[in-house]
Design a protein around this ligand. Sequence first.
Ligand SMILES: Nc1nc2c(ncn2[C@@H]2O[C@H](COP(=O)(O)OP(=O)(O)O)[C@@H](O)[C@H]2O)c(=O)[nH]1
Ligand SMILES: [Mg+2]
Length: 416
Amino acid sequence: MNSSIEPPTSLLSVPTGALRIPELPPASPNADDEAVVFSLVIPTYNEAANIHKIVSVLSTLLDESMAGNYELIVVDDNSPDGTWNIAQSLVSEYPQLRVMRRQQERGLSSAVIRGWQASTGSVLGVIDADLQHPPHVLEQLLQAIEQGADLAVASRHVDGGGVSSWSFIRRFLSRGAQILGLLILPGVLGRVSDPMSGYFLVRRNCIVGQTLNPVGYKILLEVIGRGKVGKIAEVGYVFCERKQGESKVTWKQYVDYIHHLIRLRLSTGPLGRFSQRVGFPIGRFLRFGLVGLSGVFVDMAVLYLLSDPTTLALPLTRSKIIAGEVAIFNNFLWNDIWTFADVSSHQQQWRQRLKRFLKFNIICLAGLVLNVLVLNLVFNFIIPNRYVANLIAIAIATVWNFWVNLKLSWRVTQVK
Ligand SMILES: Nc1nc2c(ncn2[C@@H]2O[C@H](COP(=O)(O)OP(=O)(O)O)[C@@H](O)[C@H]2O)c(=O)[nH]1
Ligand SMILES: [Mg+2]
C-alpha cells in the first residue's frame, strides 16, 4: 500500500464498534439554517470511472432544492483503483462531499451504515455510485418523505419502474429470491414491492439506537426488519445498465442473502423478542452452549489419542492439559466465527484475534476454578449427589464463561 498519497483535506474517520446509528446532538439555536437535513451515502468499490460523474450530478440536483442542507458521503472500502482518493480530490469543488475510506471492514451493507453513523442528517439515504440508480428520482423520494413517509423506496416493480435489459435468468433469480424471502420473512418483504432495492431514504429516528446486523447486499431488509418504520412510500424507477466499471455481485451475494433472511427471522421472531424483553441474548447463549458441547467431544478425542494405552499412552495429567487446551482452542474458533460473528467480523486483525483468544483462555480457566469450587460447595453443603452437584457446577460455570466473554472478549464497544 502506498501511504505517501496523502489526501489534501481530512477523510471522515470510520466509526467502530456496533452498527448503531447515534442520535443527533441537539441543534444549536443559531445554526438553524446551516443544519444538514439530508445525508446521502454513496457506497463505492472500484468506481473510479463513475465517482466524478455521480458526485457532480447529485450535487447539481441537490444544490437546486436544498443548497447547503445536504451532504454526500462516499464510503469506499479502500478500492484498489483509488476511488476514495479521487473522491477526496473532489471535495474542494463539491463542499457538501465527505469521504470515508475503510480499511478494516468490507461489505456493502456495513459501508452504508458506517456512512450513516458518521452523518448529521435527519433523513438518511443510499444510492449506488454506478449511475444505475437514476439521480432525478431523488426528488420524488424526498417529496415522499416531506409528505410524511418514514421510508421512501425506489422500486422497479411499481408503475414507472423496471429493469432495462436484464436477461431472463437474472429476472428469474431476482424474483425467486423475492419469493423465498416472502416465505421466510413475510412481515418484512411483504411491506414493499421491491425489497431488494438499494435506493431508498429513511428517517433517521426510525433506526436510531437500533443495532443493525446485516449480511451482504440487502440493507433495506435490515432497515424494515429492525427499524421502527411506519408509513412507506414507493417511487418507480428503471434500473439502468452499467456503463463504466463492473458489478461486484457474485454467487456469494445469494448465499449472504439467505443467511441474512434466516438471521433476521430468528432475531425478530418470538425468541428474539423474548430475548430482548428479558435483556439476555438467548440465541447467542444457545450457540455458545452448542460450541461448548462440541468442545467436550474434542477434549475426549484428544484425551483418547494421547493417553489411551492402545494409542500414545502418555501420562493422564499431561494428556488432559493438552486435551483441555485443544478444546479451548476449538471453542474459541467456533465462537469467533459463529457465536460472536457480528462482533469479530469488525475486528479481524490477527492481533485483535489473538487478544480475544488469550482473554477467552484466561476466562475459561477461571471458569474451571469456579466449576471445582461450586462442585465442592454444592456436594458438601446442599445436595450430596456428585452428579447433580456437577451439573449445577457446569451450568454456573457455563453462564460465567458466556457472560464474562461477552463483556470482555467479544466486547461490542471498542476502545481505540
Ligand atoms: N463500500 C462498498 N461498496 C460496495 C461494495 N460492493 C459493492 N459496492 C458498491 O455498491 C453499489 C452497488 O454495487 P454493484 O456491484 O453495482 O451491484 P449491482 O448493481 O446489483 O450489480 C456500487 O456503488 C458499488 O460500488 C463493498 O463491498 N463496499
Ligand atoms: Mg450496480
